[in-house]
Design a protein around this ligand. Structure first.
Ligand code: SF4
Length: 355
């Protein structure tokens, strides 16, 4: 496990907008200089040295001394040999492991999947993170630092993070305030400046929080991990479904659907949710809601006891949905050779370590 000598506890986090503004005022940095400083750090991915370089000499040393420029340490990476995925492992100041995944999509776009919690309390049967247990929520600085550090790595490739998806470790709506604060900073024109439509929050389905998010962030996309429109099947796959049942979720989706489409994620599991009865239930459940359905392959992992539906059967299921009038995308898997699915790398790393 790497030593933590290069990071000291920050007095003011680079992600603390009020604290930074107070420091700017105290050091009499002109607003246009401060803008260049933030631009260098957040948009250009120049890191600490690059951002400090645009400040006047006296302020440079104060900022260098009093601002904490990172709250995670990059502790490892795995690059896929078969596609454009890179899994990043980070360590928090208190020694927890989390992970993010860079996805270099064929269109040239670069997306980043980030974590919102250390582990997860939800224990979904198809998810490696669910088997790790829950340690704590990530702070908004730790959520944002995944984006800033990925941008710094991508700079060498002439790329920048264009889309951010909260679909890594954790259920984002169990860490509502930190996630909302992160969304504010990601959209802030003086910080990451990412349009809301480039951001997505993925949830296993907490109806009140979904509606709250849709109201506060009208442009941010919402993805619901539905995976079954049969209550019993859903409860078996996702214990949280006992608390938030399909009727409650349907009501929330109907409210959100008045102003936008809801992304519906459907992970296809052989013999679990890919039969005729499953298709009929899904069609009936989503019939009156504007949705886009993503049919997703399953990244199997040791001990999960589940198998993914073969490609041809997934395609047939997707085609039936299209014929029924739905917008459907048949997703392919990125990074299966680097254990890119949620929680798999941390699980593997806990067992065998990685460099
Ligand atoms: S799928 Fe998401 S909500 Fe479910 S256990 Fe994994 S991280 Fe948690």
């Amino acid at each position: 496990m790497p030593a933590f000598s290069i990071i000291t506890r920050p007095m003011i986090s680079i992600y603390d907008q009020q604290g930074l503004e107070a420091l700017r005022s105290r050091t009499a940095v002109q607003p246009h200089r401060f803008k260049l400083f933030r631009n260098a750090f957040f948009k250009k991915g120049l890191g600490k040295e690059g951002a400090l370089a645009v400040l006047p000499g006296a302020a440079r040393s104060v900022f260098g001394r009093e601002v904490g420029f990172q709250c995670l340490e990059l502790s490892g990476r795995r690059d896929s040999e078969t596609d454009g995925a890179t899994k990043l492992g980070f360590q928090t100041l208190d020694g927890h492991l989390i992970e993010s995944v860079i996805l270099r999509v064929k269109t040239g776009r670069t997306a980043l999947c980030i974590s919102s919690q250390v582990g997860c309390v939800c224990k979904c049967g198809f998810c490696a993170t669910g088997q790790l247990g829950f340690s704590r929520n990530l702070t908004y600085g730790e959520i944002l630092d995944q984006v800033a550090q990925a941008n710094r790595l991508l700079r060498a490739e002439g790329r920048t993070v264009r889309n951010v998806v909260l679909m890594g470790m954790g259920e984002p709506f169990q860490n509502l305030e930190n996630v909302f604060q992160s969304l504010e900073v990601l959209q802030d024109a003086t910080c990451f400046n990412l349009a809301g439509m480039r951001l997505m929050v993925s949830t296993v389905g907490i109806p009140d929080a979904m509606v709250q998010c849709a109201e506060r962030f009208p442009c941010v996309q919402l993805a619901l991990s539905l995976h079954s429109a049969r209550q019993q099947v859903r409860e078996k796959l996702m214990p949280l479904a006992r608390k938030y049942n399909l009727d409650a979720l349907h009501e929330a989706m109907a409210v959100i659907g008045r102003s936008r489409k809801v992304m519906v994620e459907y992970l296809m599991l052989e013999g679990v949710n890919d039969g005729d009865e499953d298709f009929q239930a899904l069609e009936n459940y989503l019939r009156d809601i504007p949705v886009h359905i993503n049919i997703i392959p399953f990244n199997e992992f040791e001990g999960c006891g589940l198998k993914g539906t073969p490609h041809l059967a997934r395609k047939a299921f997707a085609d039936r949905l299209k014929d029924a009038g739905f917008n459907v995308t048949l997703r392919y898997s990125l990074g299966s050779d680097i254990a890119a699915a949620c929680g798999q790398l941390v699980r593997r790393r806990m067992r065998e370590g990685f460099a």
